[in-house]
Design a protein around this ligand. Structure first.
Ligand SMILES: [Zn+2]
Length: 385
């Protein structure tokens, strides 16, 4: 008897994808491989290439409802490859410490397994229901983990002009925590980054009367910014504020510098906006009577999926396959779902366990992959058959 388990088609496809070293924004043939499963079923495919990013759109059927599966073929760098138990692009299947059979490699959880599961779910659904209601499709970008240039933001604008706005979008990002099937992401917080420079008057440390110390002012400002902006609501946690970098000093022990620079980030819920946060910062600066200049970068607006038919049907599919009720969550970072939600689309995220994403020894339980494909297939069945 061999120790090598039976490898399902979903696991085998995920393995083939992981073997392609598709570091952002490279695709390394991942999308072509997915197309080879869909084209024989009559999917219409279109490739949008922009600024080095490749986006694949594959559609079947016509009219409404329109369900779009959304994913990415790129992965984050593996880091020090010698720190991995198995080489990050070797796609090894081997047990973990608890004896569970795992697929190891960069992208195993984020998110090549989901790409495989979504593709095969679409193929199997269309094979049995070639005359299904509405439109079903797959959208895969090669630049989700990077700056997103030429990625889903651009494709979303194109979908709008092509009059192809999805009714439902399921993002296959890893969403589960302890156990597969435990969590659906129903929204994401927004993200706002600020680079704040507090200006003072530089001078000799022994003559405080001649200087304005920007480090002291920055300390007071950071303290003021840590006051909670809100306490969250029934779907979102409170808005968070974190400092990520602080810099000041000329290098001399007897010189007070002329400025101090802080980088910080808010993850904000749907009770806040870019404008409300800027107003709160301005208010602190005014109260403290300090001189500051600020550059803001809005990385994403918060979004929340209404708990309507997509959510109900996905919960039912998960319950059928996993025998448990998935919790609805808005935790975690942003995702490409933020570019689709403003189109008026119901956007949810459901994928494998996120425990090892972006880490050394990223891995996913192979038993979860067939369940994942089955959940995606059941969802298509409920929405389009
Ligand atoms: Zn991802």
């Amino acid at each position: 008897m061999s120790d090598v388990p039976h490898v399902s088609e979903t696991v085998a496809l995920a393995q083939s994808l992981i073997k392609r070293r598709s570091l952002t924004p490279h695709d390394e043939g991942c999308q072509d491989l997915l197309v080879s499963y869909l084209s024989p079923l009559g999917f219409r495919t279109e490739i949008f290439c922009e600024t080095g990013t490749i986006n694949l759109l594959a559609l079947h059927g016509s009219g409404r409802p329109f369900t779009l599966f959304l994913g990415h073929s790129d992965v984050v760098p593996p880091g020090d490859e010698s720190a991995w138990k198995y080489p990050p692009f070797a796609s090894v299947i081997a047990p973990d410490d608890s004896g569970r059979c795992m697929l190891w490699g960069r992208g195993a959880a984020d998110m090549k397994s989901s790409d495989a599961a979504m593709t095969l779910a679409l193929r199997d659904f269309v094979a049995v229901h070639p005359d299904h209601f509405g439109t079903v499709g797959l959208l895969i970008t090669s630049n989700e983990e990077g700056d997103g240039a030429g990625g889903i933001k651009n494709v979303a604008a194109k979908l709008k002009t092509m009059n192809l706005v999805p009714d439902y979008c399921l993002v296959g990002e890893p969403s589960c925590n302890a156990v597969f099937g435990d969590t659906i992401k129903i929204g994401r917080r927004g993200s706002l980054t600020a680079l704040i420079t507090v200006h003072g008057v530089q001078g000799h440390v022994a003559y405080p009367e001649r200087l304005v110390n920007p480090i002291h002012h920055m300390a007071a400002l950071i303290s003021a910014l840590q006051e909670p902006l809100d306490h969250g609501n029934d779907v979102f946690p409170p808005t968070s504020f974190e400092c990520t970098n602080l810099h000041a000093g000329t290098g001399a022990e007897n010189v007070v510098p002329g400025s101090c620079t802080l980088m910080c980030n808010w993850r904000f819920n749907n009770m806040q906006s870019k404008d409300s946060i800027i107003a709160a910062v301005d208010c602190c600066i005014e109260k403290l009577k300090i001189k500051a200049s600020i550059d803001y970068t809005l990385n994403g607006e918060p979004f929340l999926c209404p708990q309507k038919e997509l959510c109900t049907k996905l919960q039912q599919a998960i319950c059928t396959v996993c025998g448990q009720e998935a919790k609805l969550s808005t935790a975690g970072g942003t995702s490409d779902g933020r570019f689709i939600a403003p189109l008026g689309t119901q956007v949810l995220e459901f994928g494998p366990c996120a425990t090892t994403i972006h880490q050394v020894n990223e891995r996913v339980a192979i038993a979860d992959l067939d369940k994942l494909k089955e959940i995606y297939r059941l969802l298509l069945l409920k929405l389009h058959a």
